[in-house]
Every structure is written in structure tokens, then in C-alpha cells.
Design a protein around this ligand. Structure first.
Ligand code: XMP
Length: 430
């Protein structure tokens, strides 16, 4: 990494990422490290220009105040402490600094250069990946999600045909999603892409399975088996590419931060596959991953794609999956996305989708009684997906979507809008 860096030492504050983000937004690279980093480890980091000790409410863990090694103060870096009254540096703030104070520290005292940008980041990573991989090969599970797509584009730029991408279509993708992965990566970027249509295999395994957890387990487990089978067919693969991003690392818990969730990616691959990992995005926040994707030339629809659960439409076709209801979810979801885009809501709403429950209700079509499925629309806003509020979608937009679904989607006679925030409801239904 050739770019100047401000190191934030994590004393348990929940605001570490806020400070790191602010510094990166000033064009200076910033990383969060554990408070008990040794002076040797700190000196081993590239281009450190200054240190921020970030205290906060969690600074006392199990009754013991956590602190940094006193030797860190003697390394010669400018140090500032936020909400850490016992810090042994001259500059102590009581609260998070305002932009001007932070800028003064970063540029005047640390003399950091604003050289953090996507062009430099990509150039750095291309060089690092080339060095790590040499003339060997990298395998990548390319789901078509933002992270795996951006990793694929970056690795392609670094090592070209030494990258082998595997796209497993589990039959639970949204409309045209697998087609788009093939179009972009195989036809436009000429990546070495293995496309596996495993629809029948997944739907076969899922037949009659009602329990949401059981469904998730089958989809996750089967995904790994299909991927492993493809990997074993290939010769000479030494590396596994992963779309790990910075929040995955932070949320896995540094030593002082409370653990939010364990970090897992394609994880669960059998150990005897013995891959070394290549994770070129592991320093990026989500919006930086998107900026990286755009810089690498990926289409905006791929880069600004809304979050989509690993088990795909499988958890939106409620209960035991049937082909008719799966089709109803896929088609209604496509209509919802099209209409949200037309109304400009795709840029405003965090996540929106449809689900189809496994029961029917009575209705009337062509003057005759019908007994058909229901589509439920859900549109939510959130910052971290831990809590969520509903989007108050304009009535006319909802009416148009409803009319289109009723007219265009087979086996559906009713459309509802989900008004439930999280909690008590979760974002997904299963
Ligand atoms: P819940 O339903 O727990 O969802 O409120 C929170 C967010 O996580 C997404 N989600 C998943 N993402 N794999 C994923 O990568 C999964 O298995 C999964 N399940 C839920 C969900 O879409 C929402 O954004």
C-alpha cells in the first residue's frame, strides 16, 4: 500500500468506522487496529502518518480499562485521543472531533497526503495480487452479488485467464440475474467462467421442505457441494478469491469491539480443498466497493444492486417451494423493480422485494371464482439491517405495481403491502 495512513486504535468505541470513514472521505486512507497492537506491529504497517486513540463507552471491558501500550507514544507519530481521558498524549478531545479539527490533525500535524482514491487502490491491489499469485490460478465463486462481481473484475485485471470463476445458478436467482453474469463476465470481459445450471438439483432437494432453517441449510450445503465438485474437476488451483469486505472483518470482532456476527463467506468449504485466500477488497467499505466496481467498468445495475440473500428467492417463496409460486415471486419481483426504478425509488429505498406465501385465497377472474396465491410487497429502509422501517410508498405507485402484478403474473389474485418494521418482523420472511 503506497498510500498514507492514519491508524485508529480500537478501545471499544462504536464510532471507529465513523472516524475511519470521515478520514477516507478526506482522501486519506485509514485503518482500525486493535488497541493492543505492539510497537513492532505498528511499525510494520506501511506509511503510517498518525494515530487516533478512540475510547468511548466500551473502553472498560469486564471491569478492566483497556489501554494501549505506553511504548506507542514514543514511536514519533502524532497522537490524538478521543474520549480517552487517561491517554498519555497532549491532545485529548471529549467527544468526536468536528471536521475542521480532524482535518487539522490529519493534514497539518500528520502531514498526510490526500492520495487515497480508487485508481491508486486498484493499481496497488493489482500489483499485490500479481505478487501473491504469480503464475498460479485463483478460483472464485461468482454469485453476481456486488462483492463477488467487483472481486472478479479486479482479479481479472490483475491475472486475466489465471482466474477461474464459477457461477452456480441454484434456480433461485432473480429474473435475468444469471444471464447478466454470463453476459458481463463471459461475453463482455472474456473471463474464464464456468456456468453451472443446478436448478433441477436444488429444486429436487428442496421438494416438500417447509421449514425455513432446513431450506437454508439445504441451499447452503448444496451450494458448497456443487462448488466443490467443480473445483475438483480443475487442475492446479492454489487460491480461492473471496469478496470479504472491511465490515466483515470489523464485525467479526476486534479484541475490544463487541462481536456483531461471525465472519463467513464461501466459508464451510472442506479443509482438504486447501486454498490460500485472495481477498483484495478486505479494506473497503461497501460504498467504496461500489466505487471500485464502477472504476473497473462494471455496469451500474450490477454495482448498485440491492442486497440479496444467499438462499435467494428460496426464502421468499414461503414454505415448501413449488415451481408455480417460485415463478410468481420472480415475475412480481421483476415488476416491482421495474416500477421502483421508473419512480426513482430504486435510489431511495434500501431493499424491496416480493414474497409469495404458501396458501391461496378466493377471488374472481373473468366473472368466475378463482382460488389463487397472494403477492406481498416489502420495501424497507435501514442503515445496518439490524433494525428497519418501512418505506411509505406513494399510493399511485403501489396501485400501478398491484395492477401490473394482477394482470401479468399467473396464479395471483391478491397483492398486499407489508407495514411491519424490524423488530418485531425481520426484513426477510424466512
Ligand atoms: P433479516 O431477515 O435477518 O435480514 O432481517 C437482514 C438482511 O440480511 C439479508 N439476508 C441475507 N444475506 N445471506 C445473505 O447474504 C443470507 O442468508 C441472508 N438472509 C438475510 C436480508 O436480505 C436483509 O438485507
Amino acid at each position: 500500500m503506497k498510500q498514507d495512513m492514519i491508524v485508529i486504535l480500537d478501545l471499544g468505541s462504536t464510532e471507529n468506522t465513523v472516524v475511519a470513514r470521515e478520514i477516507r472521505d478526506m482522501g486519506v486512507y485509514s485503518e482500525i487496529h486493535p488497541h493492543d497492537i505492539t510497537p513492532e506491529e505498528l511499525n510494520g504497517l506501511d506509511n503510517v502518518k498518525g494515530i487516533i486513540l478512540n475510547g468511548g463507552e466500551n473502553r472498560v471491558v469486564d471491569g478492566v480499562a483497556v489501554d494501549v501500550s505506553p511504548a506507542l507514544y514514543d514511536l514519533g507519530y502524532p497522537v490524538i485521543a478521543i474520549d480517552h481521558p487517561t491517554a498519555k498524549c497532549a491532545q485529548k478531545l471529549d467527544a468526536l472531533p468536528d471536521e475542521a479539527t480532524l482535518k487539522k490533525f490529519v493534514f497539518d500535524e500528520c502531514k498526510a497526503e490526500p492520495n487515497w482514491n480508487m485508481k491508486n487502490f486498484i493499481a496497488d491491489q493489482v500489483e499485490l495480487v500479481k505478487r501473491q499469485v504469480g503464475d498460479r490460478k485463483v478460483l472464485l465463486a461468482l454469485s453476481g452479488g456486488v462483492d463477488s462481481s467487483v472481486v472478479a473484475a479486479l482479479l481479472l485485471k490483475a491475472i486475466g485467464q489465471q482466474l477461474v470463476c464459477v457461477h452456480v445458478n441454484h434456480g433461485l436467482m432473480r429474473k435475468n440475474e444469471s444471464e447478466s453474469v454470463v453476459e458481463v463476465f463471459q461475453n463482455q470481459l472474456h473471463a474464464n467462467l464456468i456456468y453451472v445450471d443446478a436448478t433441477e438439483r436444488f429444486l429436487g432437494k428442496l421438494e416438500g421442505v417447509k421449514d425455513p432453517e432446513e431450506k437454508r441449510k439445504i441451499i447452503g450445503g448444496e451450494f458448497i457441494r456443487v462448488f466443490e465438485e467443480e473445483a475438483r474437476k480443475l487442475d492446479g488451483i492454489d487460491f480461492l478469491g473471496q469478496g470479504t469486505i472491511y465490515p466483515d472483518i470489523i464485525e467479526s470482532g476486534t479484541k475490544t469491539a463487541k462481536m456483531v456476527k461471525s465472519h463467513h463467506n464461501v466459508g464451510g468449504l472442506p479443509e482438504d480443498l486447501q486454498f490460500e485466500l485472495v481477498e483484495p477488497l478486505k479494506q473497503l467499505f461497501k460504498d467504496e466497493v461500489r466505487a471500485c466496481g464502477i472504476e473497473l467498468g462494471l455496469p451500474p445495475h450490477m454495482v448498485y444492486r440491492q442486497p440479496f440473500p444467499g438462499p435467494g428467492l428460496g426464502v421468499r417463496c414461503l414454505g415448501a417451494i413449488t415451481r408455480d409460486r417460485l415463478e410468481a415471486v420472480r415475475e412480481s419481483d421483476a415488476i416491482l423493480r421495474e416500477e421502483f426504478e421508473k419512480a426513482g425509488l430504486d435510489k431511495k429505498v434500501w431493499q424491496y422485494f416480493t414474497v409469495v406465501p404458501d396458501f391461496k385465497s378466493v377471488g374472481m377472474k373473468n366473472h368466475a371464482r378463482c382460488f389463487e396465491y397472494m403477492v406481498i410487497i416489502r420495501a424497507i429502509n435501514t442503515i445496518d439491517a439490524m433494525t428497519a422501517s418501512i418505506e411509505k410508498v406513494d399510493w399511485d405507485v403501489l396501485e400501478k405495481i398491484t395492477n401490473r402484478i394482477l394482470a401479468e403474473v399467473e396464479n395471483v389474485n391478491r397483492v398486499c403491502y407489508d407495514m411491519s418494521p424490524k423488530p418485531p418482523a425481520t426484513i426477510e420472511f424466512e
